[in-house]
Design a protein around this ligand. Structure first.
Ligand SMILES: *[C@@H]1O[C@H](CO)[C@@H](O)[C@H](O)[C@H]1NC(C)=O
Length: 117
């Protein structure tokens, strides 16, 4: 009876693993068309201002807000998984991403943003 239970446990494990693999295949970035909502130029600006230094122009702020917060963070998390950025501190990048988002929100609403220090 013991070997039968082990067999069952193994079967359940295999089902769980294949479920996890399938879940990973459903890329939220693809599902929400995140990669088609911004121009390459603006993707670059936002990317540079978060991972390096630079500013996001008003035009690109409007595109970013149009992209939506979900896609904004999904794309950043995906970038952080890239081995090129393995040295970057996730919490630093996420707080920069939040800053860019915060800076862009009033721009997209037509309010002039307060200059950041
Ligand atoms: C991310 O990592 C690169 C390479 O290590 C570094 O040059 C850059 O300053 C880092 N960016 C941030 C925001 O920490």
């Amino acid at each position: 009876m013991a070997s039968f239970n082990i067999y069952i446990a193994f079967g359940v494990l295999v089902i769980m693993i294949s479920g996890a693999v399938m879940a990973r295949d459903v890329d939220p970035i693809k599902a929400k068309n995140c990669e088609t909502k911004m121009t390459l130029h603006c993707v670059n600006e936002v990317f540079t201002s978060i991972f390096k230094t630079g500013i996001v122009t008003d035009n690109c702020c409007i595109e970013l807000i149009g992209l939506g917060q979900f896609c904004h963070y999904a794309l950043i998390k995906k970038t952080l998984q890239n081995p090129l950025f393995k040295n970057n501190d996730t919490s630093v990048i996420l707080s920069r991403a939040a800053q860019v988002w915060k800076k862009c929100t009033p721009v997209s609403e037509g309010v002039s943003p307060t200059p950041s220090p």
